[in-house]
Design a protein around this ligand. Structure first.
Ligand SMILES: [Zn+2]
Length: 416
């Protein structure tokens, strides 16, 4: 019962009243740096919060997670369910419909399109069974409408345009199925563009990729440049009629990872009115201090088991056990909320408060030492208060900026 939405709504109201009383009695003005813990929680639970990137569909597919039940993230490979969203004051999310990338052939494209449609079916089935807790929604205004009803908004994004294949009509198909952003690619190039983690194939967008962006603009889908190469970002920003988003990306100046965005790209995205949603994946927040030692041991193990793919099942199992033992020996030291908020600070300093948001990548590998799942999201708000961000700033980071872009994308659409 303690995790029910109504409990947190009541808690939020009680805390808000208490804080207001304290403020008017003792101070007489809005609290800022001396904000109390009660005020932080009450404020966090009162504002609209949206996380633009969670891989929860994977947990639904592979672990059969029941979203109505509370899960211990140390026991289950799960970072999000509705009781934990309530505890963490998270109102709305974009579920990423992610598929692995295979052959770039007609049969490869049609197989993966079917897989994406199957995941959409699965998400629809699961959410439709919990109508009192959540709804799948498609319009920017739906999140605040559902927040008022004490329900969660589930938006849908397609992570990787690979299921679009080479058929522009698939953009319409996924729009009709509720998809409201497409991450143009994932870790490898596809028919749309070059990836940040692959070789240069087109030098940015392919001619088909440009068509895809044009159609997304017409329909009212957000163009998501996370995972794309620098040239792809530059070209996408230049040709998109609407501002673009990075649904889950950090700053390259703060952490030099090919997936992160350079200062010049951040500036470019902001100049066209876009938004960059900070991600909580360890390797994008801080460099791994143990990486060098771990990589040399990994290399030695690979050398020892050279040609393992062609060896017996028994040898492959022995290799697998040694590999997982090695990873246990070199656990990734998790960055903290303070490390993550350093990225927000940098982006805000560079491009201003209007172009930064949050897209955690929970259920896709994200975890911080003090924000291990969605239930601990108020720790980000606490850190922002600590650093002197105003309530208006924090509202923008948690939803205002993203909703401004989403609304603009809808306004610029010409076909529905
Ligand atoms: Zn991703």
């Amino acid at each position: 019962m303690i995790n029910s939405p109504s409990f947190y709504k009541v808690l939020s109201l009680v805390l808000t009243s208490l804080v207001s009383l304290l403020v008017f009695t003792c101070v007489g003005t809005e609290v800022n740096t001396s904000t109390t813990e009660a005020d932080i929680l009450a404020f966090h639970h009162s504002i609209l919060t949206i996380d633009t990137h969670v891989d929860t569909p994977l947990r639904l597919k592979y672990e059969g997670i029941d979203l109505s039940q509370h899960h211990d993230p140390h026991e289950y490979n799960s970072k999000l369910d509705f009781p934990r969203m309530d505890k963490g004051g998270l109102d709305a999310v974009f579920f990423a419909i992610w598929t692995p990338q295979g052959a770039r052939t007609d049969s490869g494209h049609s197989a993966i399109k079917q897989q994406a449609l199957d995941i959409l079916d699965l998400v629809e089935t699961k959410i439709s069974k919990l109508p009192q807790l959540a709804e799948i929604v498609t319009h920017s205004q739906d999140a605040s409408r559902l927040q008022a009803l004490g329900k969660h908004a589930i938006y849908l994004g397609l992570e990787n345009g690979y299921p679009i294949g080479t058929d522009i009509q698939n953009v319409d198909l996924f729009y009709q199925r509720g998809i409201r952003y497409i991450t143009l690619c994932h870790m490898t190039n596809n028919e749309i563009c070059d990836s940040s983690n692959d070789t240069t194939e087109y030098g940015g967008l392919s001619p088909f990729g440009m068509e895809v962006i044009e159609r997304m603009n017409q329909l009212g889908m957000m163009v998501d440049i996370s995972h794309t190469s620098e040239a792809t970002v530059e070209q996408a920003v230049a040709i998109s009629r609407a501002p673009v988003i990075a649904s889950h990306s950090c700053s390259k100046t703060m952490c030099d990872n090919p997936r992160n965005l350079s200062d010049s790209l951040l500036t470019l995205i902001a100049a066209r009115g876009g938004v960059v949603q900070m991600c909580l994946l360890s390797d994008y927040i801080t460099p791994d201090p143990l990486q060098e030692a771990r990589d040399s041991v990994r290399a030695a193990l690979k050398q020892k088991w050279r040609g393992i793919d062609r060896q017996s099942d028994m040898n492959r199992e022995a290799y697998r056990l040694e590999w997982s033992e090695l990873n246990r020996f070199f656990p990734r030291e998790l960055p903290s909320v303070a490390d993550a908020v350093d990225h927000i600070d940098h982006m805000v300093e560079l491009v201003g408060i209007d172009h930064v948001g949050i897209g955690t990548d929970f259920d896709g590998g994200a975890a911080l030492s003090d924000c291990f799942d969605v239930s601990e999201l108020p720790n980000i708000t606490r850190e922002l208060f600590k650093r002197g961000y105003s309530k208006s700033d924090i509202r923008k980071i948690w939803s205002g900026n993203l909703m401004r872009v989403f609304t603009r994308v809808e306004q610029l659409a010409v076909t529905h």
